[in-house]
Ligand binder design. Structure first.
Ligand code: ZN
Ligand code: ZN
Length: 269
């Protein structure tokens, strides 16, 4: 199942980038991440860091950050509920800014820069956007189409933003995997009426979901994002004739992830 991953030679262990700089993503602008995000816990509840508790049924709750009444599926043990928009917006801004302007051709290298950014939490719906954003940026650069890069990334954000946090477990469809389908859809200009392109996009998502589902482990947005990127790189080579050449790194987050799948994770070495 993980042939695509295991066939990649192991890279040297990557060192986390510093987190104290105004912006450690290379975007050169500290305004991309809000101060609320910088101060928020990296994992668990955005307010207090407590573990999240998933509710038996979705329910309307007041977001502790923006005050809006939103339907959600989880809150922390102390009762704090942060809506998906408040959770992900600062990270989405960083991801869009970096991917719109980068000349990076390796989607995994680009992903790792942002996965280490403090605005991108350990888990969260921002990963639904991170996956297509790095793939579209790398694809545009490898194809020598830099003029299309920013619009492709912006289009991916518009499409994936409605994907609910926790969709992997609540809907049986991981948002990071959907991101790979959005990547293929955007570069092939698929629509619901274009048979070949629509077929490719759906087969891409299915490929990523198959690899993610095979872990049989609790969600890890870092693992599932990296699995999705590797699945997309292989798919792009086979079906889009584009070599994005990315390698699977060793996990940097297992010590902070209370639900780490351990040896079930192919990035656990
Ligand atoms: Zn809390
Ligand atoms: Zn909110």
């Amino acid at each position: 199942m993980f042939k695509l991953f295991k066939s990649s030679p192991a890279p040297e262990a990557a060192k986390p980038e510093p987190t104290s700089a105004p912006c450690d993503t290379g975007c050169g602008d500290g305004s991309a991440a809000s101060s609320a995000s910088d101060d928020a816990p990296f994992t668990g509840c955005l307010v207090c860091g407590e573990d999240l508790v998933y509710l038996p049924a979705s329910t309307e709750m007041a977001c502790v950050l923006c005050g809006a009444a939103k339907v959600g599926s989880a809150r922390c043990k102390s009762g704090h509920f942060a809506c998906d928009a408040c959770h992900a917006a600062p990270a989405m801004d960083v991801i869009e800014k970096v991917c719109a302007s980068t000349d990076e051709r390796d989607p995994m290298a680009l992903a790792l820069r942002m996965l280490r950014n403090p605005a991108v939490k350990l888990h969260g719906p921002e990963h639904h956007f991170l996956v297509p954003a790095v793939l579209l940026a790398a694809y545009s650069n490898v194809k020598r189409e830099p003029q299309k890069r920013a619009e492709r990334v912006a289009e991916a954000r518009r499409r994936v933003e409605p994907i609910q946090g926790g969709s992997c477990g609540l809907l049986g469809t991981c948002g990071a995997a959907i991101g790979t389908g959005a990547f293929v859809s955007i570069v092939t200009e698929a629509t619901p009426l274009k048979g070949k392109e629509r077929g490719l996009a759906n087969r891409m998502t299915a490929r990523a979901l198959t690899v993610i589902g095979a872990t049989d482990a609790a969600r890890c947005c870092k693992r599932d994002s990296m699995l999705s990127i590797l699945a997309a790189v292989k798919f792009a080579r086979e079906h889009l004739r584009v070599d994005l050449s990315a390698r699977g790194p060793e996990c940097e987050w297992r010590s902070v992830n209370k639900q780490c799948g351990g040896t079930a994770c192919p990035f656990h070495r």
